[in-house]
Design a protein around this ligand. Sequence first.
Ligand code: PLP
Length: 424
Amino acid sequence: MPLASSQSSTSVTQTASGVDWGSLRQDFPILSQLIHGQPLVYLDNAASSQKPNAVIEAIDHYYRQDNANVHRGVYTLSERATQAYEAARDKVQSFLNTPEREEIIFVRGTTEAINLVAQSFARPRLKPGDEILISAMEHHSNIVPWQMVCKQTGAQLKVVPINDNAEIVLHDYRKLLNENTRLVAITHISNALGSINPVQEMIALAHQQSIPVLLDGAQAAPHLTVDVQALDCDFYALSSHKIYGPTGIGVLYGKSSWLEAMEPYQGGGDMISSVTFEKTQYNVLPYKFEAGTPHIAGVVGFGTALDYVSEIGLGNIVEREQQLLNYATQTLLPLQGLRIIGTARHKAGIISFVLESAHPHDISTILDQQGVAIRAGHHCAMPVMERFKVPATARASLAFYNNEDDIDRLAEGIKEVNRIFGGV
Ligand SMILES: Cc1ncc(COP(=O)(O)O)c(C=O)c1O
């Protein structure tokens, strides 16, 4: 991997860490194309990140050389596929610092991980009068599964409010935790606002009352160092495609004491140790929760993505993205009629904004004409839009392969929007 090489073609590339960010950008082939005749600027990393050559090649290699079903064959290809699949589990273990590898369940993504906990953990434990506590800044994936399980059981959904800066109001959180609370489910970083939540403190407060906590780590896992033992969370959910890995694969981490006590989420092959028509004996962890042929190539690619990210170092990534966030905030704020939605003190590289002159969809369409890809809409967080009384926002979200030129191009594009719609 080209760390600290001097061959870079992009502008500002070197940080105190010594990582040559310009060279790393060259690892992502999709980024070196023209869109509408302009070099692509990709600023929708919160939705999905791009894939480095190493990941693309690992998937290619898997299908060309090792493809077979896992855990089944006693022939070389199946052994290789199993070895690659299980090696990725070890990589996730070290990425999240989980105590045991058996606590890593491969699922389709954050959404499936949360649904698994809702149905296998919460549903059998909930009764009318019980409460699930979420926050006002959740992604729909961390709202709807809880609404569904509340409907199934008669439990109630409670919502911790957020302040005008898009920070969780801890005073209200403390008040909402009570003897009826059965689970807290909170996002580690908000995809719509960028807020980094004080999850360590929130987990400690919940645990004082023996309330388990699930963290939605879809946005945090790519942009923070996550240590589930230090956090002491009970469940952690993440998606590979946001961490430079393939789509269709993700992870649920759960403390083994909980996972052991839970019923399987789905039935099928691989999740059993014996089956008769009278009785089925379930497999041990983690296989009890991995019914059917898994997304083997996805897991292999994800393992390579974790290697890639670990080699750069999450600490270096955090430092670079904070630098880019500061630059972007300073560059965008002076623009005519621009207002940033989400100004938490602790923020990741996500800038949601509105313009007086144009609707977010028009902003995004005009930027696309200039090769700049940002997201416009409610970002699967409609209650956030309601909270800030906006129909939608435009959102630029950063990754370590972005640079100051990308942000300048974004700013130029926004000025063009203002010229077209506002005459300024
Ligand atoms: C905070 C958050 N939670 C959950 C999800 C859902 O992730 P996935 O669609 O990969 O399951 C996302 C995706 O944008 C997200 O940003």
